[in-house]
Every structure is written in C-alpha cells, then in structure tokens.
Design a protein around this ligand. Structure first.
Ligand code: 5RP
Length: 224
C-alpha cells in the first residue's frame, strides 16, 4: 500500500474519535487533508462541531469541506486536537513543522488534553533527528540566531519556498536544523527556546495523549 493510502486510513480512523459538540483542533499537512475531508463528510451527515485550524491552508480546506470554524476569541479549551508529525519516537516526542505550521500547531496542541497524532509507519523512529528539525525564527537578525543554533551541534539551513525565503503564516522564517540524532529532545528544546530570536521549535515534548500508526504489511492501524 502506498504512503498516501496509509495516511488516508489513519486519518479516517482518528476522525471516528470526534463526537457531537466538540471543539476540534485541526492540524496541518497531507495526512490532515484526509482527516479534514472525512470530517467534512461527517459534518454534512449532521455532526455538529467547530474547528480551529492551525494554518491558512488548513482553514481553506476546512472551508472547502464545510467545517465551521472558530478561534481563541470564543474558546480557550479544545476537546480534541488531531495532527500529523514528521517523526515520533517511542516516548511520544515529536518533530513537527515540515509544513511550516509548528507555532500555531503547538499553541493549539497546548490547549487540549486530547492531542492525537496520526502517522504512517515511516514516521515512527527509534531516535529523532533524521528529519531536519524546523525552528521558527524572527527575520531580523536570523543569522545570529542561526549561528547560536549551530553551536548546539547542527547545520541550520534557511528554508526556501517557491517565491524565495519561506515565510510562515506568522511572518517568520524557518531554519531546518540537521542534528542527525537527537538523544535528549527535552533539553534541546529548552536550549533552542532560550536563544533570542527563536520563536518556537518543532520539538513537541510531553504533549501527546494518543498515537495512531498505520502499517502496510500486514495492513493494520495500531493505537498507542
Ligand atoms: C506541518 C506539520 C505536519 O503535521 C507534518 O509536516 C506532517 O505532514 P504530512 O502529514 O504532510 O506528512 O508538522 O507543520
């Protein structure tokens, strides 16, 4: 089974957890696309929920599939948040931000006690770090922040989009940081966040309540 099919299956499984009257955090990325599509079908069938999107792209998809949206001016707690990840380890620590939405994703994940991560088997790793860690930084003086980040033991590359330097939905830059292996994600997150100019990191530490992983051979979805 190809990776897209695995993403679709795990996304559909997660949407089964959503019940009437929930406020739902909607993550970002290609796995979430399938969740939004499926959730839209359930809304069409009468499910009454409101979503909080973690990116402009997710907001567009949600509107396209008829999911009513709200924001933090109306709610402060989310009943459930569903999101993908770039890597997850056995302690449920994550690397996120491949799609550049890590800041809003972390704000939304922090506002629930039901953060569900949906991944295909390729994202479940023994040690984090093969995927370059996204770090969101303020554009002014980003070079200084990048040097300080590199002093922690990585190569930091400024993310480029199709129209030049990539800008997050918040107007910031993203540095993709190649640490190779991250053995102490909690400490690295603290070290990074203490650098002036760093807005947020793609390390999601001790935030996850449930993980769904789809496997192809044999075909199955495991809930952890
Ligand atoms: C976006 C993210 C995504 O959740 C992550 O990149 C996974 O994306 P995909 O489902 O497309 O593999 O963190 O900022």
């Amino acid at each position: 089974m190809n990776q897209d099919k695995l993403k679709e299956q795990v996304a559909h499984e997660a949407v089964n957890d959503i019940q009437d009257n929930m406020i739902v955090g909607l993550g970002t990325g290609s796995t979430m696309y399938y969740a939004i599509q499926r959730l839209g079908e359930r809304v069409k069938d009468g499910l009454n929920i409101k979503g909080i999107p973690t990116s402009e792209q997710t907001a567009k998809w949600a509107q396209q599939y008829g999911i009513p949206l709200t924001d933090f001016s109306e709610v402060s707690h989310l009943d459930i948040v569903i999101d993908g990840a770039d890597e997850i380890d056995g302690n449920f620590q994550l690397i996120k931000g491949g799609g550049g939405a890590l800041l809003r994703e972390k704000i939304v994940a922090n506002a629930t006690d039901q953060f569900i991560v949906i991944v295909d088997e390729s994202k479940y790793v023994k040690t984090l770090g093969k995927f370059k860690l996204p770090v969101e930084v303020i554009p002014f003086g980003w070079e200084v922040a990048a040097r300080e980040i590199e002093a922690l033991g990585c190569e930091a590359t400024l993310r480029v989009g199709k129209d030049g330097t990539f800008l997050s939905d918040n107007g910031h830059y993203i540095l993709d940081c190649d640490f190779k292996e991250i053995h102490n994600p909690e400490k690295l997150n603290q070290d990074l966040i203490s650098i002036i100019g760093v807005v947020e990191t793609g390390l999601f530490i001790n935030m996850v309540q449930k993980v769904l992983i789809s496997y192809s051979n044999p075909e199955k979805i495991i809930a952890l």
